[in-house]
Design a protein around this ligand. Sequence first.
Ligand SMILES: [Zn+2]
Length: 123
Amino acid sequence: MKYYTFRQNNPRGRWQTNVPLILSIQAESLAHAQIIGENVTGNNTDYCACCGGYRWDWLRADEVADEPTYDNKVLTAGLTKAELYGGYEYASGRVSYDFWVVDSQGCIKLKVSYSRGEVATLG
Ligand SMILES: [Zn+2]
């Protein structure tokens, strides 16, 4: 199985804050990743004509790989914010720069939040 990684979009400049900025899901296919992802994040269908799509673009994964990755960096507990974002705060106005890794059962295996300076490993 591959990992399908998605980055949250923010129509109308609003973030969904109870879910991560980056979500990597282990799944059999993109369609399978979508089902798991909607279970984990809720099926938020907010849409803006100028900002484009949904908060999560389930039509495509930003990245697909054998390991959970984003921007070709493996999403592990030891990954620093600077390593992940290269010092560039991609999501302007967002309070937390975080990522979750979810397995094919929909269980959150890793939660990393840089905003609170905490790294939590689950499962
Ligand atoms: Zn807009």
